[in-house]
Design a protein around this ligand. Structure first.
Ligand code: ADP
Ligand code: ASP
Ligand code: MG
Length: 817
């Protein structure tokens, strides 16, 4: 004999009820089935809403009622194709519904809803569903009977959450089933009767419990809970896409997970079957072939994972009681808990510091105000004597918990849990770990639940796959290249490096798009055309609100305004990767502040592409400094654009056209004056000096320009180009001098003895800079370890492709962080 329980979604539509019937048809061939059913999906909530509206004198309760009526009649219409039978069923159902309508009308008149009436009202859901299903099966020729569970399950009169009188209940159940011969017996879940004959219920979600009580009373071979997911999952599958069904769980693990929010199993369900050692199997009505989750005494034959699941309870309030008057006074906690118990308030989690100076209690949000009032009253005396502060309530919190019998045998589990939460800026308000070490719980903000579950899930269950969520701003040459490279590499990264790299937000100065599941990179351009209008602040706010783990803001602009928002991102624990060099070359305090924020908020700030595009220049310098080497001087050609210009300019090609070409090929900044004035190179050597530990400002970099006054005075890019034509003779002179000296013109940056300077130099034949081709960069680090032969980094130092790949490298570096 088996007991099967079908939940609200399993009996929520005609299609699903047909699936239930098919399942029962096949199982009942082998063994007798006792079937407990919930109300049709959503009906219990709708009954409650209608009642609340009626009590609050809102006439919308009538619409609520009509909706409930409609939902049932549609199901009957669709399930039973014979008019005669259909009408018979409808007649009984309508009679019940009339009763319900009268009850609601009554509530509207008296505007009061007692727990006792609540039970009466909610019981309609299960009564209707069990009747409709048994009649349908009967009509379809199955050997089925209906039994009212109220006649079997006896409780106290604690309405809405009654306690079962097991002795009497067991007796009733055994007596009934001894005589019952039907192959399938259907019973409504959730409802019961008090010793004095009043209708009671077993608490929301209580149909699972009904089934467990019957299973235990009859000592059946198995209890099956049929629902809309394929078992108890590693975490709530509605919040974490990667959650997977757990094959096997011990009873205790199942209790912990369900107690801490895994709604798929009502927590009291386990106890009755545990006592009789009856396994529980959680199965999916929509996918009956899936094996589901097997819950039994034994866990060791399951997986040896330490953490089996992660669960969450939302709508938590934290009560904090503190004060010196608590220290060392016996009986204090007793008074506190007695007060809560008198108010029937369930305590979900407790923590007390060993100093006894404060105690934190997590309870349901809805109980918070009553709890405060009651506790403040109980401790009135101590509060007035200032031994204790009035109780503090914080709302909008949640509890997350990791669960596993085997956790106690593994070190560092809580360390892993809290370090990933910390890395993702999830603030922890309180922590509790049971002495059994089967459960580690943390109280966090409600807004962080999804991120926290996903982060912890990734850490413990996803073969170390790390998801990175990018918010890219600036979709010009470099931005587009970066997006292309990401698209090309996405599947490689996932497969080989276990990095799930997704672009979640994209913006330029006009538009922005978002997709929390990752923007499809096949057709983002089309999507972008219809995007909402963007702002720097708007993009930031959206990134913060999405609250995704491992979020990274990528700045591919050259905008000062964009660079001004880095601090805000870092404070939100969002990493910043930038090729925009304004932030690092702005005033020193700002640069330093960003470094400090990065450390404080554990949000990396990476800008390798600020110097030498994709070349590992900053990284090399950082490694030298970190390993204790002293960088004494740096000599470098750091402008791919200027190198390109001076490599192409000659007495046969004028200066203006050469600069134009450089811009056309994407080697200059949008405003070429930034390159030609030397300011771009000055910024780069400034950044290197700062990375080397120097407190330096841009004004400290000596910049000897090779431009003329009229070049420098130009008011616009066009004027500047015009001035280049006018000053061609000046540039030809520079060229001629270098040629006469057998030298090449190179724009050189130098850092030495704590000073930095940039300027055009004539480089002789034997110098390593002489043969520097095209848009290449070269950096020579002279250090204590490399005193004569410098450490040289050389290669393409400008261009969209290499800059994008430098950004990409910084992003990947974060995955390893
Ligand atoms: P039923 O109507 O069948 O009783 P419930 O809604 O009570 O179904 O429980 C099933 C739901 O529990 C799932 O749809 C899922 O959203 C939720 N749930 C939360 N945590 C978990 C978990 N760890 N494993 C499975 N389901 C979970
Ligand atoms: N119908 C009840 C509820 O929604 C009981 C159950 O479904 O388990 O809470
Ligand atoms: Mg349920």
């Amino acid at each position: 004999m088996k007991v099967l329980k079908f939940g609200g979604t399993s009996v929520g539509s005609t299609e699903n009820i047909n699936k239930v019937i098919a399942i029962l048809d096949s199982i009942s061939e082998e063994s007798k089935c006792i079937v407990v059913v919930s109300a049709v999906g959503g009906i219990t909530d709708k009954l409650m809403d209608a009642a609340n509206n009626a009590v609050e004198k809102k006439s919308s309760y009538k619409d609520g009622f009509e909706n409930i009526k409609k939902q049932h009649s549609v199901i009957i219409e669709e399930l039973i194709d014979n008019n005669l039978k259909k009408n018979q069923v409808l007649e009984v159902v309508n009679e019940k519904l009339d009763e319900l309508e009268q009850l609601l009308n009554g509530l509207y008149l008296i505007n009061e809803l007692s727990p006792k009436t609540t039970d009466k009202l909610l019981s309609f859901g299960e009564q209707l569903s069990s009747f409709i299903i048994s009649e349908t099966m009967n009509y379809r020729g199955l050997d089925v009977s209906l039994k009212n569970a109220q006649e079997l399950i006896i409780t106290d009169n604690n309405y809405t959450n009654a306690s079962v009188n097991f002795e009497q209940t067991e007796e009733n159940i055994n007596a009934f089933f001894e005589k019952n011969t039907s192959a399938i017996t259907i019973l409504p879940g959730f409802i019961s009767k008090s010793i004095d004959g009043e209708l009671t219920t077993l608490g929301r979600g209580g149909s699972d419990y009904t089934a467990a009580i019957i299973a235990a009373s009859l000592n059946v071979e198995e209890l099956q809970i049929w629902t809309d997911v394929s078992g108890m999952y590693t975490t709530n599958p509605k919040l974490v896409k990667q959650a997977k069904p757990i094959d096997k769980l011990s009873y205790q693990e199942a209790v912990e997970l369900s107690h801490f929010g895994a709604k798929v199993l009502y927590p009291p369900t386990v106890q009755p079957v545990l006592d009789k050692n009856i396994p529980i199997v959680i199965k999916n009505t929509m996918a009956p072939k899936d094996s589901g989750t097997y819950i039994s005494k034994d866990y060791s034959n399951g997986t040896n994972l330490a953490v089996k699941g992660i669960s969450n309870i939302d709508n938590i309030a934290l009560l904090t009681l503190q004060g010196n008057g608590m220290v060392g006074i016996p009986g204090f906690s007793k008074r506190l808990f007695e007060t809560l118990s008198n108010e029937k308030i369930n305590v979900i989690l407790i923590t007390q510091a060993s100093s006894e100076h404060s105690i934190c209690i997590a309870i349901s949000d809805k109980d918070a105000n009553i709890a405060k009032k009651a506790i403040d009253k109980t401790l009135e005396n101590e509060i007035s004597l200032h031994k204790i502060d009035p109780i503090i309530i914080e709302k909008d919190l949640a509890i997350i918990a990791i669960v596993g019998d085997n956790m106690k045998n593994h070190q560092g589990i809580s360390g892993k849990m809290f370090s990933v939460l910390g890395k993702n800026n999830v603030n922890i308000r309180a922590i509790a770990q049971g002495a059994s070490e089967r459960n580690i719980s943390a109280v966090i903000s409600k807004n962080d639940v999804k991120k926290a579950l996903n982060t912890i899930h990734e850490r413990f269950f996803e073969e170390r796959t790390k998801q990175l969520n990018l918010f890219i701003t600036g979709i010009g040459n470099v931005g587009e290249k970066l997006i292309d490279q990401i698209q090309q590499q996405q599947s490689f990264l996932k497969k080989n490096l276990k990095i799930d790299l997704r672009i979640v937000g994209m913006s330029n100065s006009r538009k922005m798009i978002f997709n929390s599941k990752g923007i499809s990179l096949n057709n983002w351009i089309a999507e972008f055309n219809y995007a909402e209008s963007s702002s720097i602040k708007g993009f930031y706010k959206k990134a913060v609100n999405l609250n995704l783990r491992n979020s990274i803001f990528v700045d591919v602009t050259a905008s000062e305004n964009v660079s001004n928002i880095y601090a805000d991102y870092l404070k939100q624990n969002i990493a910043v990767v930038a090729c925009n060099k304004i932030a690092c070359s702005s005033n020193y305090d700002n640069y330093k502040n960003l470094q400090n924020l990065s450390l404080k908020y554990n949000a990396p700030f990476l800008y390798e592409t600020n110097v030498g595009a994709g070349l590992p220049i900053i990284n090399t310098l950082n490694n030298l400094v970190a390993s204790g080497d002293k960088v004494t001087s740096i000599l470098a050609v750091l402008s791919g654009s200027l190198n390109f210009v001076f490599n192409n300019f000659s007495d046969r090609k004028n200066f203006h056209d050469t600069v134009k070409q450089a811009q056309f090929e994407g080697y200059t900044e949008p405003d070429p004056r930034i390159d030609l004035s030397g300011i771009d190179v000055a910024r780069k050597i400034l950044i290197l000096a700062r990375e080397n530990g120097m407190k330096m400002e841009i004004e400290d970099v000596e910049n000897e320009t090779f431009l003329t006054k009229s070049n420098l005075d130009a008011n616009s890019v066009d004027d500047f180009y015009d001035s280049l034509i006018k000053e061609e003779a000046h540039f030809q002179k520079l060229y001629a001098s270098a040629k006469a000296n057998n030298c090449q013109l190179k724009y050189v940056a130098e850092y030495k003895n704590g000073k930095a300077k940039v300027g055009l130099r004539e480089i002789p034949k034997d110098h390593p800079f002489y043969n520097l081709k095209g848009k290449d960069n070269i950096v020579m680090f002279y250090t204590e370890r490399y005193p004569e032969q410098p450490l040289i980094v050389k290669g393409a130092g400008a261009g969209a492709d290499v800059t994008a790949s430098g950004l990409f490298a910084d992003i990947i570096k974060l995955a390893r962080n």
